[in-house]
Design a binder for this molecule. Structure first.
Ligand code: COA
Length: 195
């Protein structure tokens, strides 16, 4: 699918809602929050992304993985905001959006630790998977989780992802050390066949 076709499919940033969250676009104005959030040791440990180097580094990373990601229509990363507030509490989205007859993408997510254990990411993952496998037309979503990140594994399982296997040394942590990773996948529900 060309960039033009992707732009026709997703002409503007798709704001999503869940019972307790607004999933909105992140902009350069969110860089200070982004820097603090992605420097938190629990977020660094779970994602394997090293903290960025100041605001300039945060803006560069956002251009790669957030704002630019959507401009290039290579994926969509939402900022998670509890309804009735302006407080960002995490991010979630899809990337590595592939073309062809079986379009797919990878899912990524992170929540500030003080918000863990309330089912907020569960709501966000529900909205994002429904959007990706529905209006966006993807036929497969995959998620990679470091072995030992049990909270993240439970989040994917609770969201309806299926465990596919453990891949030795597939990933790399924030220090560049190879780590075993679990692969999860989700496909659209099978439609009843006609006749
Ligand atoms: C992965 C991560 C987002 C999970 O956060 P979380 O708050 O545990 O996820 P959920 O929103 O699914 O919440 C589920 C928890 O809330 C509880 N909960 C409370 N109310 C709930 C509700 N209404 N609905 C669902 N769950 C609810 C569940 O029991 C569950 O707790 P448990 O796992 O101890 O049983 C978070 O740990 C994180 O950001 N980690 C660091 C970054 C990271 O690892 N990202 C993933 C990289 S692969």
């Amino acid at each position: 699918m060309s960039l033009e076709e992707r732009r026709r499919l997703v002409p503007a940033f798709p704001v999503l809602w869940t019972p307790r969250l607004r999933l909105r676009e992140l902009t350069a104005a969110d860089a200070p929050w982004y820097l603090a959030h992605f420097s938190h040791p629990e977020i660094v440990r779970g994602t394997g992304f090293p903290a960025q180097d100041g605001i300039t580094g945060a803006l560069e990373e956002m251009a790669l993985y957030v704002t630019g990601l959507f401009e290039r229509r290579e994926g969509i990363r939402w900022g998670l905001v509890p309804t009735g507030t302006d407080t960002l509490v995490g991010t979630a989205g899809i990337f590595r959006w592939t073309d062809g007859p079986k379009p797919s993408a990878e899912i990524g997510y992170d929540l500030a630790p003080e918000w863990w254990g309330q089912g907020l990411m569960h709501e966000a993952l529900g909205a994002i998977t429904a959007y990706a496998l529905g209006p966006l037309g993807l036929v497969r979503l995959e998620g990679w989780v470091f072995d030992g990140n049990d909270r993240s594994r439970r989040a994917l399982e609770r969201a309806g992802f299926r465990h596919t296997g453990l891949f030795p040394l597939h990933g790399e942590d924030q220090h560049g050390v190879p780590r075993d990773e679990h692969l999860y996948e989700m496909r659209p529900p099978l439609l009843p066949s006609a006749g």
